[in-house]
Design a protein around this ligand. Structure first.
Ligand code: NBG
Length: 896
């Protein structure tokens, strides 16, 4: 494997290494004045000269840079540094290299006056940075060797890194995959988010229950971020709006209230095999610099300090809700802080252009709203343009509606954000006025198109009038955006025919589909290096990492027994790694020859982990009743669950308890032995997903049709050669098309029948509605087979009295049938392996590169801009950029 990796490394470096020493790579030069960059009054030639080359990447240079950081950054002596310190020093050394590319990228984009895409998201679940950075910079092998000499194993140091978990689930992880693709595809872009002091809680399991513990992820420092003391913006809350007359025009001035500062922290995001390194810019709240002197002077020192603490509180913690609205004032403050700081930053960057022409704004700026959470950005940009830049309302509105786009991630009604008018009025009085203005302009158009159609007006209005008035953030987002998209075909169709039907009828061209994707860098190249090496070897290069369609070429290899064996070996190695990890984290021994059957995702009723565990009970009962002859034919299974429940989501938490109670009984039943094991893996997160997913043989994506917008782990599983047991929901529908029905296990009610089946469920006696197999399972739970615990009964109660809204009872029989097909196939290892391979090599559509390319072309109108590569000889690189005459002469001289 090492040999292959080295081979790949040399393939990627060959363009720049010929004839040059890798420690002497020159940086591009930039012609400062010509491009309107701030030229320093000083003579900077000396500085340019000192910064003209990149840090070396030969073994000695890497070792020197690591020990340099041990001594000068960490201030450790050479006798006194632990594995953690080595991780820190290593990270700082990698960070130096990231920063070089990062600075060059920023300079280049500025010089090219590039249009940029700004991805606004309250969540970025980026996962660990070290391995990803090394892989993308093509330095993994070099550092591995450099470290071995110093007595460290690179993989062990990977484990020292905390997993920054600034997101809940799919939505935040999607944002992270998108950044990786944006960087890799050379799109000028920025991610904007919040630097929460506490990420998503750590999940502990005590007595079978979920217990939440705070995730203070910054405890050990964060070498990957760059604190920008000079990038800070004032953010105002509360106060009042004053109207003033200015040259015959009424202007609004928002004053009073509280102000705090948002400070930028940048994490460089490197692309794969490119210099392009973009920024994830996260905001942290700080106290405004003005100290509360009145309190201070009256001697109330502590009151003055309190104000400061209140400011820091705003970005202190991520709301742990997934697909449910939180509706708290602090959450609204977080949303506003993100959008206000980001829009101020975007406007500042735009204003640095030579000529200020506001009409050019949409040709330089595209903003993507990741769900409605940052929807106030629309209003904030209007406020900046109207109140501060003094544009008239209509021009400002034109600019805004050409710059924003909105992605919807769910049709679940409980997730659609609405903010009470009184709260917005109190916290953001000027924004409420602007929202009313937008609504007025929009409803006038509705009235023109559908005169006096009150039904339309009330469905389309941004303000909901029933009860306490509320602002519907989805309506605001649609009205303020150029394009609106869903995240999988079936989901986009649902948007058009259900929740956004009226909008679709009015503006059909506004709606697009952009099926989600995941990055093959993290989810194959980093998580499954052995599979990546197999691809490298068979395809002859690592180009597939950037162009997943190349995997098509492997179709014919499926009939090559050696290829199939190699693939099986890799799966086995990944299973071993997983078994080891499960032993360590869950104290359960898994049978490596059993079928590894995995469901990992947030715990939610619509995702139906309940159906899975009820089936496990059914399977357990079957095994108990089987004859010795029958037992011989039973396929051994290890059923593994993972996922967090929102702390306030009682039913979800009970499902966790049920899984653990069932696991206790089954895993300790000696009659069962290795035939069935059940594990609940605590604290599912990005870094353990990188161990879990490559080991999976079957993964379950079994939501009720029409509830899962897309799902993205389904894509990661197939990329790693895993079969899906799933419903025709979300992206499963497209996975089914891509891999072929013979390579996936599909079951359950289809979307067009869901309403009828719910109706049937409500009108049928539960004893007839639920199949016998399931009633038997209910009885066992009722009888205390899994513990005498009221809660276990309550879970059953959550579906058994004509309240089975997610159709567990309806789909159960079909689910059992599909499970039998799984067993039948697993008895034929070769067939199973082939189908797994088809899943892996036909997964190319689900690369986030494809998704991002579609966004860039069809929504953002964005062109890639490649940052100049390092040069072997001084000044050679400059050719990539417009050269001045003297520079050209110089370059020619060196060449000749
Ligand atoms: C989630 C959906 C998933 C989808 C991700 C990313 C929210 C609101 N939605 O199905 O539930 O894969 O978004 O699009 O978190």
């Amino acid at each position: 494997m090492d040999q292959k990796a080295t081979y790949r490394t040399s393939v990627r470096r060959s363009t720049v290494q010929v004839g040059g020493s890798p420690s002497n790579m020159y940086r591009p030069e930039y012609q400062v004045e010509q491009f309107g960059l701030q030229a320093s009054p000083r003579d900077t030639s000396k500085i340019w000269e000192l910064m003209d080359s990149y840090q070396g990447s030969d073994k000695l240079a890497l070792q020197q840079s690591i020990v340099h950081h041990v001594e000068y950054t960490l201030a450790r002596t050479r006798f006194d540094f632990s594995k953690f310190h080595s991780y820190q020093a290593l990270s700082h050394s990698v960070r130096d290299r990231l920063i070089e590319a990062f600075n060059d990228t920023n300079l280049h984009f500025h010089q090219m006056d590039a249009k940029r895409i700004y991805y606004l998201s309250l969540e970025f679940l980026i996962g660990r940075c070290l391995q990803n950075a090394l892989v993308n910079l093509d330095l993994e092998e070099d550092y591995r060797e450099a470290l071995l000499d110093l007595g460290y194993k690179l993989e062990e140091l990977y484990d020292e890194e905390v997993d920054p978990a600034l997101g809940n689930g799919g939505l935040g992880r999607l944002a992270a995959c998108f950044l990786d693709s944006l960087a890799t595809l050379n799109y000028p872009s920025f991610g904007y988010g919040i630097r929460y002091t506490y990420g998503i809680f750590k999940q502990l399991i005590k007595d079978g229950y979920q217990v939440e513990s705070p995730d203070f992820w910054l405890n050990h420092g964060n070498p990957w971020e760059i604190e920008r003391l000079d990038v800070q913006y004032q953010i105002r809350f509360y106060g009042f709006v004053k109207k003033v007359w200015d040259h015959g025009v009424e202007r609004s001035v928002w004053e009073g209230g509280e102000t705090i500062m948002a400070r930028a922290y940048d994490t460089p995001i490197p692309g794969y095999n490119t210099q392009n390194t973009i920024a994830l810019r996260l905001w942290k709240s700080h106290p405004a610099s003005e100290f509360d002197f009145s309190s201070f002077n009256t001697g109330d020192y502590f009151k003055a300090l309190e104000q400061r603490q209140k400011a820091e509180y705003i970005t202190s913690v991520l709301y742990p809700n997934d697909s449910t609205e939180a509706g708290k004032e602090l959450r609204l403050k977080q949303q506003y802080l993100l959008v206000s700081a980001s829009m101020q930053d975007i406007v500042r960057r735009f204003k640095r252009r030579k000529v200020l022409d506001w009409n050019a704004f949409p040709s330089k700026v595209a903003v993507q709203l990741n769900d409605t959470h940052p929807a106030l950005a629309i209003v904030e940009l209007l406020r900046i343009l109207i109140d501060i830049e003094q544009l008239d309302n209509m021009s400002a509105w034109q600019i805004v509606t050409k710059s924003f786009n909105y992605t919807n991630h769910t049709v679940l009604p409980e997730a659609l954000e609405k903010w009470g008018v009184p709260l917005i009025e109190k916290l953001l009085p000027r924004h409420l006025e602007i929202i009313y203005l937008i609504n007025f302009l929009f409803l006038e158009k509705v009235q023109q198109k559908y005169p006096n159609n009150w039904g339309k007006l009330s469905a389309l209005s941004i303000v909901e009038e029933e009860g306490t008035k509320k602002v519907r953030m989805a309506n605001l987002s649609i009205v303020g955006s150029k394009f609106v998209n869903g995240v999988a075909k079936i989901h986009t169709e649902l948007l058009k025919t259900t929740i956004f039907k009226e909008f679709f009828e009015m503006h059909p061209n506004k709606f697009q589909n952009k099926t989600n994707g995941v990055t093959p860098r993290r989810w194959v190249r980093c998580a499954n290096p052995a599979l990546a090496a197999l691809y490298d070897r068979v395809l002859g290069s690592d180009k597939w990492v950037q162009d997943m369609e190349l995997l098509k070429q492997l179709e014919s290899n499926v009939s090559d027994p050696q290829f199939v064996r190699d693939f099986q070996m890799i799966k086995m190695e990944n299973k071993e790694r997983f078994v080891h990890w499960i032993r360590k984290t869950c104290q359960v021994d898994l049978n490596i020859d059993s079928l590894f059957d995995i469901q990992v995702k947030r715990i939610h009723e619509y995702k139906r982990q309940l159906m899975n565990i009820l089936y496990v009970i059914y399977r357990y009962l079957m095994i108990k009743e089987s004859t010795p002859e029958e037992r011989k034919r039973i396929v051994p299974r290890s059923v593994c669950f993972g996922g967090k429940a929102a702390p306030g989501y009682i039913n979800a938490k009970r499902v966790i308890k049920l899984i653990n109670s069932v696991a206790d009984v089954i895993n300790n039943d000696h009659q069962i032995g290795d035939l069935l094991k059940v594990v609940f893996m605590p604290n599912y997160n990005v870094s353990n997903a990188q161990i879990i997913i490559p080991a999976a043989e079957l993964s379950q994506h079994i939501s009720t049709a029409g509830t899962e917008a897309s799902g993205t782990s389904n894509m990661k599983f197939i990329m790693n050669g895993c079969l899906i047991l799933g419903t025709l929901d979300g992206a499963n529908v497209e996975i089914d098309e891509a891999v072929g029905r013979e390579n996936i296990f599909i079951f359950g009610t289809q979307i067009e029948d869901v309403d009828n089946m719910k109706e049937k469920m409500r009108n049928t006696d539960p004893h007839e509605y639920f199949p016998q197999e399931l009633l038997k399972v209910f009885t066992e739970i009722d009888n205390g087979r899994f513990g005498h615990n009221e809660e276990l009964k309550w879970i059953v109660d959550s579906i058994r009295y004509k309240n089975d809204n997610y159709l567990v009872g309806q789909d159960f029989k079909d689910y059992i049938k599909a499970q039998q097909q799984v067993d039948d196939l697993y008895r034929q290892p070769n067939e199973w392996a082939k189908k797994s391979i088809y899943n892996a090599i036909r997964s190319y559509k689900f690369s986030s590169d494809r998704t991002i390319q579609e966004y860039a072309e069809e929504i953002w109108q964005l062109k890639p801009i490649k940052v100049p590569e390092p040069a072997v000889q001084k000044h050679e690189r400059v050719k990539g950029i417009a050269l001045s005459k003297s520079q050209q002469e110089m370059a020619d001289k060196i060449k000749n």
